[in-house]
Every structure is written in structure tokens, then in C-alpha cells.
Design a binder for this molecule. Sequence first.
Ligand code: HEC
Ligand code: HEC
Ligand code: HEC
Ligand code: HEC
Ligand code: HEC
Length: 490
Amino acid sequence: MGKKMKLIILVASALVALCAVAVAGTTPAVSPFKVNYDLFKLYPSLIVYEKSKAEFTEPETCGGCHDDKYKEWNGSLHSMAFIDPVYQGELNKAVKSVGHEISRQCEGCHSPAGVVTGEIKGPGLVGLSAVAKAGVSCDICHSIVALNHDKTPTKEPENGSFVINPGKDGKDGAVLVKNGPLKPTDACGGGFHECRQTEFHEKADLCASCHQVYHYDKHFPIEATYNEWKHSPYSQQGIHCQDCHMVATDTFVKVADSMTKPERKDYRHYFNGANYLLYYLGSQAAQKAGDKEQSDRLMHQYDMAVKRLQNAAGLEIEPIYRKGTLAEVRVRVKNLRAGHNLPTSLTNIRQMWLEVVAKNEKGEVVLSTGSLNANGSMATDARIFNSDGMGSDMHYSDHPWIITAFSRHETIPPKGYKDVYFGIPTPNGSSKLTIEAKLRYRQAEQEIAEALLKDVPKGIDLAKDYGLTEIPKLPVVDMVSLKRDVSATK
Ligand code: HEC
Ligand code: HEC
Ligand code: HEC
Ligand code: HEC
Ligand code: HEC
């Protein structure tokens, strides 16, 4: 064989080898991030499971002694993190596109117990234990014994970077050990479990493991709520996630305004956020199942989420004159009380936008932008505060297994603001204009919600479980609105 031929074969076999690597989905050598596969045996989830004879306990059992906490948690999105039909729809798509491996990454945060026990095999709810279906349950957070944030590929918290173990092997079998913020008393655990104090249950570090969603292979931060918080005035003043999300609405408002921590007695297991749509769907499902108490609990969370959004932001309107005539209005959108960017986490899916209408004295509309179209789709001229994700081909995508960069990121930093300028047509003969600005919010674009809910896996029946025979127009919350009269000339 000639030298040239040998070279061709060599190059060809190298190419085949490269393709094999790419197909298997392992990180190519060019990745700046090294994965410690010996430590992260559940990769692409970064959970480390310290196995002992101790098993996970159902939340109902914990609730037998911790009744208040059980009731508060039971209306939270943590309790729905796995059964959430929107999640199941997207998981179904992820597994179809990437393969079964990726489900470990997703479920590592949406149902950690199901992943470490190897019980969950893919999308759907059929045949799973109560602990797996309970999502982010008591025995997830309180079995976290350590954090591995500094050992991840990016050396940042990501994709479930915690160590979990529900207990230890004792002389007479398994001993349950629950980890929490308090110094244990002798009676701690009531004979059911031992107690162990950690320094991270009162800190954002606990939440960081799951509230940092990174691309499963390229480790790009698609959701980085913890990073946004870490470099903010809140973290600098010792205000953590718990201080706003594990308290009632009025406490959260006080915490954000005064930058002081709640009192010990104020903590609740609400984990209340912004996803009023899911609280509403959950409440419908509980009602269909005949559980009025649970339905009321979810509506309480719904009310709190709407109030949280309505307390998050502020608006200002300023006229701008050129040569003595009104030329523009500046609308300033302020992130008053979110401890991270506004909006945060699924910034490429959530929609927060400005609707601005200007009228003259006769009530004639001289400017109107940001009104939704009749079919519920976003107005093309809307000023929207969110992000657009893109894949490695630099094309738009909204799927977390494709997004490896952002082409645009326009969220508002904590205690910061963004200004938007709107040109005003020359006010023909008017002496005064009335400007009305609204900051509006919804969970997703109508089309995205429809696509996900149409792809829910077997075992979820939207009509039977949720009473949904068609996907309704997604409800919109007005976070804040402001009206101001401005003079046409100066
Ligand atoms: C998402 C994580 C998470 C989940 C899920 C969770 N907890 Fe907690 N829990 C915490 C954090 C954080 C604290 C500390 C908050 C504080 O400072 O009081 C805490 C504190 C506690 C405490 C001690 C503080 C006190 O006031 O007595 C108990 C007991 C407790 N949780 C029980 C439960 C039970 C029971 C459940 C399930 C119904 C549960 N937790 C679900 C994170 C969680
Ligand atoms: C690092 C933890 C983590 C991983 C990994 C993760 N998620 Fe999530 N996911 C979250 C958190 C936290 C939220 C809530 C964010 C919010 O509501 O703002 C969420 C929310 C969602 C939602 C929105 C649910 C709703 O009702 O609006 C979907 C859909 C979803 N995840 C799908 C997935 C899929 C599919 C994967 C795997 C490709 C995945 N997630 C991987 C933590 C994670
Ligand atoms: C037989 C009753 C009983 C059961 C069941 C029970 N606990 Fe406890 N637990 C206690 C008692 C008593 C304390 C002491 C503090 C208190 O009064 O709340 C305690 C304390 C705790 C603490 C605080 C530890 C600390 O140092 O901060 C956590 C966290 C906790 N339990 C979690 C759980 C979880 C999770 C479950 C379910 C896996 C559970 N408990 C089941 C009785 C129980
Ligand atoms: C084991 C992973 C995990 C941990 C730890 C965790 N979360 Fe979550 N959290 C999730 C997932 C997954 C969701 C989204 C569930 C869904 O929408 O389907 C979520 C949802 C939420 C929401 C509701 C978001 C919304 O859109 O309304 C809030 C608020 C929240 N978490 C706060 C916290 C806080 C505060 C902590 C720390 C004390 C914490 N979480 C710890 C996984 C986790
Ligand atoms: C100063 C109070 C404050 C602190 C601290 C805070 N948050 Fe929030 N959080 C809010 C407010 C207000 C909202 C509603 C507006 C929004 O969506 O950003 C919110 C919303 C959220 C949402 C829902 C986002 C969505 O649009 O679905 C998640 C998830 C969340 N926070 C997680 C966290 C985590 C994790 C931390 C800590 C790293 C944290 N928060 C710290 C006030 C706070």
C-alpha cells in the first residue's frame, strides 16, 4: 500500500472514530469543561447518591408529624415537579430527540428519588412509586448531605450538583437521618429519624443545585437564577432565596424593601413563585378528583403568585421634547423586588412585555404597541423582556437540549431597570396626551403551550385529569400599570 493510501485510510478511520464520539454524545476534546465520570455516575445528572440501607420516605409520612409543612409544600410546584403536564410534554420531546440518556438530566431535578433508585425509565407516570411521583419532596431536600458545586464541569452549581443519602446503616438496620437548619434537640425526629444540622439549608446554595439548568453536554447556563442572585445586592446583604420564597407575601415585600431577613417564626414551606398557570391547572385537577382542601391550597398559591408578580416591578413615564415639541416617551421598567433578574429561569419561554397606548384629548389613539393578536400570539412590535436561545448552528431554538447560547438576553437585573423609548407622532393641534403603560406577564407563547400540552405522555389525560378539552388562551397578569398626562409642547 502506498503512503498516500495509508494516509487516506488513517484519515478515514479517524473520521469514523470522531463520528462515533459525536453520536454517543460524549463531550468532544475541545470542550473547556471536563467531566469527572468517576464521581458523577448518574451523568448527565450531577447528583451523587451515597447508597445505604436507608430508603426514601413518602411526604405523607413526614406529614404525620410535620403537618403544617406538609400542607404548605403540598400546594407548591415542588410537589408537582414530576407530574407537571407541561414538564412531561417537554420531557417526551427531549427523549424523542436526544435519546433516553437525557431523561436522567431532567429527572435529576424534577424527581431525584426516581433517578437515584433507577426507577424512572422515561416520560410518563405509569407504574412509579409514590416517592418518585412526589417530585421535589421533603425527603429530597432533607436528605441532601453535602454539595458538589466546586466539582462540576463548570465549577459552578448546575444540574443537581448535590450529594443525597436518606440515612445510614445502623447495627439493627437502616437509620434515617434528616438534615436541616436547626441545632438538633434530644427529642429531634420523634424516634423516627435522627437529625443533623447543615450550614447550607438556610442558604441559596441548597437551591442552586437545581435552579441552575445547564445544557446537558455543553454546560451552557440556560437557567441561572442562582448566578443572577449571587452577584446582586441581595446576596451582598445576606438575603437568600428562602427569605423571599419560604414566607408569606407581606413578609417577602418587607424583606425586599428593607433588606432585612425574616424572623425564625415567619418561614413557611410555600416555595411560591410566578407560575400561576400551573397552580391553577393543579387546582382544577384536585377539584375533579374531589379534593376540595387541596384545590383551595393550590388557589391560595395561585393568589400568592399573582401578588408576587404584582409586587415585583415598578414603572415610570417621562416625556422627551425636541425643539419644544413632544417627540418620545421614555418608559422605565424597574425590578423592585425580585432577588434575581426579572424574569428569571426559563427566560426564553416566559413572556414579560410592555403594552403602551397614547391618546389625545379626544380619546383618539395616536400610538398603540404590544397588544396581543386576536389568536393570542405575541404582537410583533411588543417590547419584550426575555431571551432567545440558539443552537450550535446559531439558529433559534426553544428546547433546552439544543440551546448552547443566547442570541439576545434582555432581562432586568435585581434592583436595576431598563428604559424603552417610544416615538410619538407630532401632536397635530393637541395640547395634551394621556400615556398608559402596562407591564404584562404570561408563562409562554400560546403556540408553545399548545405544542407541549398536545405531547403529554401516556398516563396523563388532560380532559379527564384537568378538565381541559382544548388548550385555552393563556391567562395574562398585569404586573403593574401607570397612566400619565403629558403636555404636547414645552
Ligand atoms: C426544596 C427543598 C425543601 C423541601 C421540598 C422541603 N423542605 Fe423542609 N426545609 C427546607 C429549608 C431550606 C428549610 C430551612 C428554612 C428555614 O430557615 O426555616 C427547611 C426547614 C424544615 C424544618 C425545620 C425548621 C422548622 O421550622 O422546624 C422541618 C421540620 C422541615 N423543613 C420539614 C419538611 C417537611 C416535612 C417537608 C415535606 C412536607 C419539607 N420540609 C420539604 C427545604 C425543603
Ligand atoms: C438543574 C435542574 C433542572 C434540570 C436538569 C431540568 N430542569 Fe426543568 N425546571 C427546573 C426548574 C427549577 C424549573 C422551574 C423554573 C421556573 O418555573 O421558572 C423547571 C421548569 C421546567 C419546565 C416548565 C414547567 C412549567 O410548568 O412551566 C419544563 C417544561 C421543564 N422544566 C422541562 C425540563 C426538561 C425537558 C429537562 C431536561 C432536558 C429539564 N427540565 C431539566 C429545573 C431543572
Ligand atoms: C414521628 C414523628 C416524625 C416523623 C414521622 C418525621 N419527623 Fe422530622 N422531626 C420530628 C421532631 C419531633 C423533630 C424536632 C423538631 C420539631 O419539633 O419540629 C423533627 C425535626 C425535623 C427536622 C429539623 C432538623 C434540623 O436539625 O433542622 C427536619 C428537617 C425533619 N424533621 C424532616 C423530616 C422529614 C423529611 C421527614 C420524613 C422523611 C420527617 N421529618 C418525619 C418528628 C418527626
Ligand atoms: C432537587 C431540585 C430542587 C431543589 C433542591 C430546589 N428546587 Fe425549586 N424547583 C425545582 C423544580 C424542578 C421546579 C419546577 C417544577 C415545575 O414547574 O414543574 C422548582 C420550582 C420552584 C419554584 C416555583 C417557580 C415558579 O415558576 O413558580 C420556586 C419559587 C422554587 N422552586 C424555589 C426554590 C427554593 C427557594 C429552593 C431552596 C430552598 C429550591 N427551590 C430548591 C427543583 C428544585
Ligand atoms: C428579594 C426577594 C427574592 C429573592 C431573594 C429571590 N427571589 Fe425568586 N422571585 C422573587 C419574585 C418577586 C419573583 C416573581 C418575579 C419573577 O418571576 O422574577 C420570583 C420568581 C422566582 C421564580 C419563578 C420564575 C418564573 O418566571 O417562573 C423562581 C424559580 C425563583 N424566583 C427562584 C429563586 C431562587 C432559586 C432564589 C435564590 C437563588 C430566589 N428566587 C431569590 C423574589 C425573590
